[in-house]
Design a protein around this ligand. Structure first.
Ligand code: HEC
Length: 453
């Protein structure tokens, strides 16, 4: 799939040095911090190989030296633990195959747009994780009975005045057998981008619980009060109108992921010869539940046929599905997939809008063309007409690269809220500069719709 945009190329000048935005493998949503999306055509096996697994990072990637590294376990415990990697590797090991999905996967499809990394379909993957049970480590520290949360902190640190990335895991989930502190991913030591030397794996729950580069676990009687628990990764308690502003008090923490499927083959706007059967394939997953069935429609949702589920399965891993469409007629078709889980939940036709753009799980759709000429490809429109902004360069690019800004689809009001958020996190913007910055952002990165899934 083509990368969503090429903003850097459209912004000539030394300040926005031209750089490739897509490798031949992963789509670079942000180079620094590292946010990399898997193009769906590379999601073609039950296990996602390490080098094509999506990467989500809030801050700069810490390079951790394993020798001096320690994991400290403290707080509401009877015995504070300070463990080396060897100490952890000497404990009984457990292997779990689990799907990880970023809470914001599919954010690019929400209308009206919401700020954040504009993931399309590929911030999801499945790996086999090896490590120790978090429960074993907590038992070794003799966590006291009043503990309700485990706070997870990694070696990454906030930039500017942005808060440290700390997550808070309810004790029941922390004690579950499949919740791990993992040091291996698909049989290899954790890659740096995936949390070397140790990360949490919290199967079934949105990806941000699976904190990378772990250094500190703290047992507590209360929830953590940091921004990534009290403001981020929360979802409206009740359905909200699209575009509404929702007070934090009206939200609850995201945990389990809802039922979802994606079509990974054919790719978007694939063209096939007439008269030949055509296989529609992809993956379906449902947080803590299992997939009961996947259906495919080849007539835009008029009728549905059952897809076959793949044999590979694990409690917290996605299922592959395939449907052979034997007699596709010539013409353009909208092919859909729709999963239902063992809780009886089915993917909705449209995902519920929410202010942070989390858990997009609408029925998936691809356009397939049989026996016709190649139509124009559905790609995101170009972002910027050209131009530069010295103000933006000096005020905005110390903590992250320009892609993180360029991919947003915001209007002036949306940019205003972003600039204020960044000022809160330490962007050095003085009073008079705020309006000029917003004008530059609107001019360089105008609001637009993403291409349909
Ligand atoms: C002091 C550091 C800092 C500066 C300076 C800064 N940002 Fe950010 N910005 C951040 C952090 C931290 C994030 C969140 C990264 C993440 O979680 O992925 C972020 C994310 C963003 C995002 C993605 C949407 C979101 O809210 O997560 C946009 C857009 C953005 N910044 C715009 C700007 C603009 C415009 C400026 C200049 C006015 C700016 N930033 C300056 C720290 C900064």
């Amino acid at each position: 799939m083509a990368p969503g945009f090429a903003a850097a190329a459209l912004l000539p000048g030394a300040s926005f040095a031209q750089r490739a935005l897509s490798t031949d493998r992963l789509i670079i949503r942000s180079g620094r911090p590292e946010d990399l999306e898997t193009p769906v055509h590379l999601l073609n096996s039950w296990i996602t190989p390490n080098d094509v697994f999506f990467v989500r990072s809030h801050f700069f990637t810490p390079i951790v030296d394993a020798a001096p590294w320690r994991l400290q376990v403290d707080g509401n415990v009877e015995s504070v633990l300070i463990l080396t990697l060897d100490d952890i590797r000497r404990m009984p090991s457990t292997t779990v195959t689990a799907t990880l999905e970023c809470a914001g996967n599919g954010r690019a499809f929400f209308e009206p747009p919401v700020p954040g990394v504009q993931w399309r379909k590929g911030a999801v993957g499945t790996a086999t994780w090896t490590g120790v049970r978090l429960a074993d480590v907590l038992q070794r520290a003799r966590v006291t009975a009043s503990t309700r949360y485990i706070w997870l902190d990694g070696a990454d640190t906030g930039v500017g005045a942005a808060p440290d990335f700390i997550r808070s895991l309810p004790i029941e989930k922390a004690m579950q057998r499949e919740t791990l502190l993992a040091y291996e991913m698909n049989g290899e030591p954790l890659p740096v981008s995936h949390g070397f030397p140790l990360r949490a794996i919290v199967p079934g729950w949105e990806g941000a619980y699976s904190v990378k580069w772990l250094t500190h676990l703290q047992a507590s009687t209360r929830d953590h009060d940091g921004a990534f628990v009290q403001a981020g990764y929360r979802y409206p308690r009740k359905p909200v109108a699209a575009g509404a502003l929702v007070a934090v008090a009206d939200t609850v923490p995201l945990r389990d992921m809802p039922v979802k499927s994606i079509i990974t083959a054919p790719g978007p706007d694939a063209v096939f010869p007439a008269g030949a059967p055509l296989t529609v394939a992809g993956f379906a997953w449902a947080g803590e539940a299992e997939i009961a069935r996947v259906e495919v429609s080849t007539d835009g949702g008029g009728t549905w046929q059952p897809a076959q589920l793949g044999r590979d399965r694990a409690r917290y891993a996605w299922r592959q599905f395939a449907y052979v469409w034997r007699t596709p007629a010539a013409g353009s078709h909208r092919v859909l997939s729709r999963a239902t889980d063992t809780r009886g939940m089915t993917q909705p036709a449209t995902a519920a809008w929410n202010p942070a753009g989390y858990v997009w799980n609408a029925v998936d759709a691809v356009a397939v063309h049989v026996g016709t000429a190649v139509p124009p490809r559905a790609v995101d429109p170009p972002i910027a007409p050209g131009g530069d902004s010295a103000l933006l360069t000096s005020r905005c690019l110390s903590c992250h690269d320009v892609e993180l800004i360029a991919q947003q689809r915001l209007d002036a009001a949306g940019w205003g809220r972003e600039v204020d958020k960044m000022i809160g996190w330490g962007a050095p913007v003085t009073g008079g500069e705020r309006e000029r910055l917003i004008a530059d952002l609107v001019r360089l990165f105008p609001a637009h719709r993403s291409a349909a899934p």
